[in-house]
Design a protein around this ligand. Sequence first.
Ligand code: IDP
Ligand code: MG
Length: 144
Amino acid sequence: MGIERTLSIIKPDAVGKNVIGEIVSRFEANGLQVIGAKMLRLSQDQAQAFYAVHKERPFFNDLVQFMISGPVMVLALEGEDAVLRNRELMGATNPKDAAPGTIRADFAESIDANAVHGSDSLENAAIELKFFFNNDLLPRNVSN
Ligand code: IDP
Ligand code: MG
């Protein structure tokens, strides 16, 4: 699979818990490098557009309201098998099902407030990275 890029969002619950650094440390300790980062507050239109794939799901409105409830940290991550590696570090969507030691097991409260978003495929990673970052602005990985 090689070197990939993926999108992570540290959600409002985790930002509010003051664990941005702890979450970023997990990425850094596991072969993912932060190559882009910005803190922002999503508008309702942005949150609806970002999660458009879920718009028919019963939890869509709750998800959008939660994602606009406070600031988020958006990260572009790069590394070997970055998409899958990030998903493994995140753990299952419902923190009750998340493996011990994963971000969601350690920092998430519920399936709604579950600490992080991560792209679920290389194709979606490219789409989601474009949503937040101008690709020309992403620096190349210079450290390894
Ligand atoms: P993922 O974040 O693990 O990729 P998705 O199925 O893509 O999970 O769902 C996106 C987000 O929608 C989840 O992270 C979670 O916050 C929320 N969500 C998913 N399923 C449910 C549900 O059954 N009830 C409430 N919220 C849900
Ligand atoms: Mg998903």
